[in-house]
Design a protein around this ligand. Structure first.
Ligand SMILES: Nc1ncnc2c1ncn2[C@@H]1O[C@H](COP(=O)(O)OP(=O)(O)OP(=O)(O)O)[C@@H](O)[C@H]1O
Ligand SMILES: [Mg+2]
Length: 496
């Protein structure tokens, strides 16, 4: 008998928000069930309920027909439900084996019962990884692994107790297409063994590749589940939004031809070398490449987050000599980082505080800023970016992933930037929000603000860029005009 998971009328209210409003569905083991829905639809909330991190306001969960109530994540784990959460959670300084068994490291029997049995820890980690057909050294420091491998370790960690249900919340959002393949083959292995997999993604083209059924969350309730064979891309989009959203090339005007930023022979040891290009006012310049090709390091150096070893960055004919985020911000160069949770936001602060943090001087009078002044600035950005937040005083951590990303963008718009650097700006962002962000970049471009956009989703670069640089193994290997080339060409150039 395959394992079954049923939700009956599950609801979850937060102050000011109804995240889930009577959700009912039935999923079966041995299959991969895609769950989709726009940012804030309640997907992660559902994962948190199923793993015992949150209690539902009402409703029943049945596992193999029997109602279950979880008081803690440990309860859910015991019942055989595990999850890989939306953001990576490995501790970079610990080994792969330590991460896998974190909080439940095997103990040694004997006189001092609380001593960790390192031998068993390593042995069990190795056995688990080989059982899952994941080839990663269990003694490696987690932080030293590429993101794709870290993601596989996250899945292995969730599988350590042999759960019968595995919930995956956007496990591929940080991965490029080739790396995604590794995760997919692991998921298929698990499904073949009868595990019930629930798979959340915003990359709709993944659904046909990996899932057996699709279910959408809309306005807190489920749109009925359908088999993947019946789910055309249009059907999927209208399941999520209640309407179809068409995507085509967003950028609608040429770049100005007035140079604004010049990067000459820029390099940073071990990351990228010899980067040279000119960015024009109002230009949207894409950077394509595989994971590890040096895209992020290049952006970080230009933004002053890292100091380059060689080369110069010239803004309007002036060589910029100080490499710090502060100095670059003064010049109007700002970076939206790849990892919004750690580098883009202060999770414990409110939406308002996060949005004003980078531009306190703009709301201050005689060195003092007031909540009132900040509020009017913030209200404007919330409207402009269509951010779903019940109250700007809410902690930024309570926002859904996509809305958090918009707060990062809002923070920088407040500083009146001249050059905006975007590292994976649409990671974890739903189709509609993606379109809104692209339209925003396009509007900024029309005002003369230049952007450099790094994205693993090459289609996006084709839609939004005037010009695309291709990076490989730390070097810029070519340039491509998206109006004169195809997606396949771009993909080929990245792989070459
Ligand atoms: N701890 C919390 N306190 C208050 N509101 C919350 C909390 N957690 C989630 N919410 C709200 O519940 C709603 C659903 O959020 P959830 O994170 O489940 O969305 P999601 O579908 O996972 O979105 P995304 O695709 O952006 O990750 C959102 O409006 C969010 O702001
Ligand atoms: Mg989520």
């Amino acid at each position: 008998m395959p394992v079954t998971l049923e939700l009956e009328h599950i609801a979850k209210m937060f102050p000011g928000t109804t995240a889930l409003d009577g959700v009912s569905v039935r999923w079966e083991g041995g299959k991969i069930h895609a769950l989709i829905g726009r940012n804030g639809a309640g997907k992660s909330t559902l994962v948190n309920i199923l793993t015992g991190a949150l209690a539902p306001t009402r409703g029943t969960i049945r596992l193999n027909g029997l109602p279950i109530v979880f008081r803690s994540p440990a309860d859910a784990r015991k019942a055989g439900i595990a999850a890989v959460h939306q953001e990576l959670s490995l501790i970079p300084e610990l080994s792969v084996a330590e991460n896998i068994f974190l909080g439940r490291l095997p103990r040694r029997n004997g006189m001092i019962p609380c001593r960790v049995d390192w031998h068993r820890t390593n042995e069990q980690a190795e056995a688990l990884l080989s059982r899952l057909q994941v080839r990663i050294d269990h003694t490696a420091r987690a932080g030293s692994l590429p993101v794709a491998q870290q993601q596989l370790v996250e899945i292995a960690k969730a599988m350590a107790d042999d759960p019968s249900v595995l919930l995956l919340d956007e496990p591929t959002s940080a991965l490029a297409k080739q790396e995604t393949d590794h995760v997919f083959s692991l998921l298929r292995v698990l499904a073949q063994r009868g595990v019930l997999l629930m798979y959340i993604t915003h990359r709709l083209q993944e659904i046909a590749r990996i899932a057996d059924t699709v279910t959408a969350l809309r306005d807190g309730t489920f749109v009925p589940t359908i088999p993947v064979a019946e789910a055309s891309p249009e059907t999927i989009v209208s399941m999520m939004f209640g309407q179809n959203i068409r995507f085509s090339r967003v950028v609608d005007h040429p770049a100005s031809g007035i140079p604004i930023l010049q990067v000459n022979a820029l390099g940073r040891r071990g990351a990228f070398q010899d980067a040279a290009f000119t960015l024009y006012a109002g230009e949207i310049l894409g950077v394509a490449g595989l994971l590890g090709s040096g895209r992020t390091s290049l952006l970080r150096a230009i933004a002053g987050a890292d100091t380059p070893d060689t080369g110069t960055v010239v803004l309007d004919g002036t060589v910029l000599s100080v490499f710090s985020p502060e100095a670059m911000k003064q010049h109007g160069i700002v970076l939206t980082p790849e990892n919004r949770k750690e580098e883009g936001l202060v999770q414990s602060l409110s939406v308002r505080a996060n949005m004003c943090l980078a531009s306190l001087e703009r709301t201050a009078v005689h060195g003092m800023t007031t909540r009132l002044r900040e509020r009017s600035v913030v209200a404007k950005i919330i409207r402009e970016l269509d951010i779903a937040v019940p109250d700007p005083e809410a902690a930024v951590s309570s926002l859904s992933g996509g809305n958090q990303q918009k707060v990062v963008l809002g923070k920088w718009l407040n500083t009146r930037p001249r050059v905006m650097l975007f590292d994976e700006p649409t990671r974890g962002i739903d189709l509609k929000a993606k379109l809104q962000i692209f339209q925003l970049i396009n509007r900024l471009s029309a005002q003369g603000i230049a952007s450099i956009v790094v994205s693993s989703e090459l289609e996006e670069l084709m839609d939004i860029c005037h010009r695309i640089l291709v990076m490989k193994a730390g070097r810029i290997t070519g340039t491509l005009d998206p109006t004169q080339s195809t997606l396949d060409e771009l993909f080929g150039r990245c792989m070459q």
